[in-house]
Design a protein around this ligand. Structure first.
Ligand code: GLN
Length: 538
């Protein structure tokens, strides 16, 4: 079939969950047997979000091909179970960079380079590049930001042109907000009407409206919206707050979002979707009664999006182990020898978060020492793994000033050091060790048992690494290197086998955990945490 393009825009306010609606629609179309991909256009000038502070934009997600991406790509993968790549996330910066490079090469043959048509053509080329691979029946394109933003104007102009050029093969879905005014006890549709008017003024007539709301929107009100906005009444759908984002596909299906998309794009239906595996996950999520409590030690604890993929991976693993996840954020900056016992003793397992820089690092060492001495199931991820190594060096090997050269460039014991290939790099953007690399696991180690195989591939995002010079001393003292890159020998996984579950990974297993395919190492960790909880309760 010809590729169909679905454009998802948002209005009224940001953070309405365009990513979740796009992912849910993709899930429904996949369950009906179509091939689908989702891409996101971000209207900021950064080339990618890799240089953004998590306070600005939440977690930075990493694709298999080593692209530092918007966290929505994590949702896309968790919902669809299909890997994304660099082509799935494009920013204004990338578009301009490409146009400026072409201009310098002389590609525009003396023409004045302008937003229309040059920038919009470049956007259109990027929108269509995934469709042109011939691999996808549907390409869902999410436009970041809110209609009316100056930044998103060129993207919306490109959508307008594409809708015109693609005819029935293109569809516009607009997500808006219907606020509930407590004092008046009323839902208000005026902001939605205004937002649709704004979209129409740009030349885009939405085909489907999804209204985000906290309260049920009566049918009569949805009809009114339809009438004001030139949209078919059945194509005004509500997205009411759900207990979990993973219920949104079902909610959308109940209102026939997938049927509408097939109908509007003239796509023949292949029959009802098969949701059995997804529904089984939801059933487990709803029926779990026992609780597993995991402490996440990090420095961005006030920011729920900063560790998004870790949260979701833990939740997926807990669900598959028939437990509810109780995730407790522990601020590493506020952790010290005096309060660590009080903060950690109620946990069943502890995760030491990834990160960059000095802030909050000492708290991570305090947590790790306590976890090691109390045989707490402990999972160190990236910087968390590096901290595991440093703490072990300081307190077991007796190298009191051991450190990473990231924190102390002049440390006498650089047990974590800048990677050789990084030493000549001065640019910050896109230059870390990024993307999926192979890792060979040691037979009998926890990770080898968890994955059920010895050669795995996981994603990375770091500049520093375990210093090979200290390997023997660590191994002798009980911290084993149980995973390494088959080509370079870089140490990717450490474990203290004397402890029940004490594992650190240089890679980020959270980037590859999806609802239908949860990451085995998280499952193994959660199982250890549950066993720990059961032991305590006996
Ligand atoms: N800051 C560390 C490094 O660059 C760890 C990075 C991370 O946790 N993602 O190696």
């Amino acid at each position: 079939m010809e590729t169909k393009y679905i454009f998802v825009t948002g209005g009224v306010v940001s953070s309405l969950g365009k990513g979740i609606i796009s992912s849910s629609l993709a899930r429904l179309l996949l369950s009906r047997g179509y091939s689908v991909t989702i891409q996101k256009f971000d209207p900021y000038i950064n080339i990618d979000p890799g240089t953004l502070n998590p306070y600005e934009h939440g977690e930075c997600y990493v694709t298999v091909d080593g692209h530092e991406a918007d966290l929505d790509l994590g949702h896309y993968e968790r919902f669809t179970n299909i890997q994304t790549t660099r082509a799935n996330n494009v920013t204004t910066g990338r578009i301009y960079q490409s146009v400026i490079d072409k201009e310098r090469r002389g590609d525009y043959l003396g023409k004045t380079v302008q937003i229309i048509p040059h920038i919009t053509d470049e956007i259109k080329r990027n929108v269509k590049s995934l469709g042109n691979t011939g691999k996808f029946d549907f390409v869902i394109t999410e436009i970041g930001g809110t209609v009316g933003d100056i930044e998103s104007t060129p993207f919306l102009e490109a959508v307008r042109q594409l809708k015109w050029e693609l005819g029935k093969n293109a569809l516009s879905l607009h997500l808006t907000y219907v606020p509930y005014l407590k004092a008046a006890k009323e839902l208000k549709t005026k902001p939605t009407q205004h937002s649709v008017k704004q979209l129409q003024a740009i030349g885009i007539q939405p085909d489907i409206l999804v209204l985000r709301t906290e309260k049920d929107i009566p049918l009569s009100m949805r009809r009114k919206v339809a009438q004001f906005c030139n949209v078919a009444p059945e194509a005004v759908i509500q997205s009411i707050d759900a207990s979990t984002i993973y219920k949104v596909p079902t909610m959308m299906h109940e209102q026939h979002l997938d049927d509408l998309v097939l109908k509007f794009t003239g796509t023949e239906s292949k029959g009802e979707p098969n949701h059995s595996a997804w529904n089984e996950f939801l059933r487990k999520l709803d029926s779990a009664e026992k609780v597993v409590t995991i402490g996440l030690v990090g420095k961005y604890v006030e920011l729920q999006d900063a560790y998004k993929s870790i949260n979701e991976s833990l939740m997926q693993a807990a669900t598959y182990c028939d437990h509810k996840l109780n995730l407790v954020y522990i601020h590493s900056e506020k952790l010290d020898d005096k309060n660590v016992d009080e903060k950690l003793s109620g946990m069943d397992g502890v995760v030491i978060a990834p990160g960059f820089g000095q802030r909050g690092i000492e708290g991570k060492f305090v947590a790790l020492k306590w976890c090691r001495e109390h045989d707490m199931p402990t999972f160190g991820i990236c910087l968390g793994m590096q901290c595991m190594v440093i703490e072990y060096a300081r307190n077991v090997l007796g190298l009191v000033d051991a450190n990473s050269t990231e924190m102390d460039p002049h440390t006498a014991h650089n047990v974590i050091d800048l990677m050789e290939e990084q030493k000549s790099i001065s640019n910050m953007g896109g230059t870390m060790r990024l993307g999926a690399y192979e890792c060979r696991l040691k037979k009998g180690s926890i990770p080898a048992e968890a994955y059920g195989c010895e050669l795995i591939k996981e994603r990375h995002r770091h500049r520093f690494e375990f210093n090979e010079d200290y390997r023997e001393r660590f191994e002798e003292a009980g911290l084993k290197c149980v995973g390494e890159n088959p080509g370079t020998g870089l140490v990717e996984v450490v474990q203290v086998p004397q402890l029940t579950w004490y594992v650190g990974t240089q890679y980020h297993p959270e980037y590859q955990s999806t609802v239908l395919n949860p990451n085995p190492l998280f499952i193994s960790f959660i199982k250890a945490a549950i066993a720990n909880s059961d032991n305590k309760n006996q």
